[in-house]
Design a protein around this ligand. Structure first.
Ligand code: KG4
Ligand code: ZN
Length: 340
């Protein structure tokens, strides 16, 4: 089976081809970051228009790069939600219409399931069951994952998402969007122990809260104006985030009794987070799994792969196009995956 995946839920247009015997055989990604930079965040209407402009040329490029013909495709998977309505509609309509023209099935995929399953594409792939920490620009959730499609929510943020907190703190420090990689870079030159920032809700079981940490950074920033200590603050903030995420993951592992942790979503690209989890899980006989860095942030490969998994289980959509901007992952249903 050869599945074309389309991701267009936010500010990245991502396309990829997943071959059931060879894996991901090609991918293209176009980031709209420069388009939204001057507004300090994603402008939904601009995002939709740019997806519409880019989808077809990107498909042509992907087919050219991989020497695949449109008629070789077996199915098309697109992101159905969650995400920005207009952005989702662009990819969904494009995918559904192309599948109709080629007379092949189409399937709408859950963006966060795509993130969650992307570590399965790496060489060091986890078995079930595992705890998943989903940390992106819009989500921060801990899930107990028994099998494909079986997701039980253990805890989530009550305010900002982890990636959102990185982005907002970066903005305070006058760093460009998206802030996560910028903070990580600046933090390398700073002392992570310089400021003792709060770790909110450490004792409230498995939920998260990041807005207090963000406010604490704003307060410290006022105090150190003109002292050139931004790198120390960035490092201390990153440390507070990683410390909080790590402790909650360990709690979730204890709670479930599972020995595997999967981290996924943009923030899982953070090198220090990966190192910290690896070091802290080792004495617990537990292991951490993640996707290669370029598959942590939004991409078409995770949509192609997740679409393939659901298609091989016999699922596909009808001719109507449904997008679901708000879509809890716990609404998804389990499915079987046949050995290749
Ligand atoms: O998964 P993603 O690409 O998009 C969403 O589905 O939201 O996640 C984007 C988020 C942004 O908030 C970005 O700042 C954050 O992931 N991020 C990072 C790193 N790389 C991306 N946060 C911390 N460290 C990083 N290295
Ligand atoms: Zn995402």
């Amino acid at each position: 089976m050869l599945v074309l995946g389309l991701e267009s839920s936010c500010d990245e247009t991502g396309l990829a081809l997943y071959d059931s015997t060879r894996g991901i055989i090609g991918q293209v990604l176009y980031s709209q970051i420069h388009l939204h930079a001057e507004y300090g965040g994603v402008v939904p209407e601009l995002a939709s228009r740019d997806h519409v402009r880019k989808l077809l040329p990107l498909l042509e490029q992907l087919l050219h790069d991989t020497q695949v013909s449109k008629t070789d495709l077996s199915a098309i998977a697109y992101t159905r939600g969650p995400g920005l309505m207009g952005a989702l509609m662009s990819g969904a309509l494009f995918g559904r219409a192309l599948a109709y023209a080629l007379n092949i099935p189409a399937i709408g995929v859950h963006h966060m399931e795509g993130h969650l399953l992307s570590p399965l594409l790496s060489e060091h792939a986890p078995d079930f069951p595992f705890v998943a920490l989903l940390v992106s620009g819009g989500h921060t959730q801990l899930m107990a994952v028994q099998q494909f499609g079986h997701y039980e929510l253990l805890g989530e943020t009550i305010d900002d998402a982890a990636g959102e907190a990185f982005d907002k703190v970066a903005k305070m420090l006058n760093l460009p969007y998206p802030g996560g990689p910028q903070i990580a870079k600046l933090a390398q030159q700073g002392n992570s122990q310089a400021f003792n920032l709060p770790r909110p809700m450490l004792h409230q079981h498995l939920d998260f809260s990041f807005s207090g940490m963000k406010t604490a950074v704003a307060t410290q920033l006022q105090k150190i104006r003109g002292q050139g200590r931004e790198a120390d603050l960035a490092a201390s903030f990153q440390e507070a985030m990683i410390d909080t995420l790590t402790r909650k993951c360990i709690k979730a592992l204890h709670h479930t009794g599972f020995k595997r942790l999967v981290i996924a979503g943009g923030v899982s690209a953070n090198q220090l987070l990966r190192e910290r989890l690896t070091a802290q899980l080792n004495p617990l006989n537990a292991e951490v799994f993640y996707a290669e860095s370029q598959l942590c942030t939004d991409n078409g490969a995770m949509i192609a792969y997740t679409g393939y998994l659901r298609l091989q289980a016999g699922q596909h959509d009808d001719l109507s196009v449904t997008t679901t901007p708000r879509w809890p992952m716990t609404d998804l249903s389990p499915f079987d995956v046949l050995a290749p």
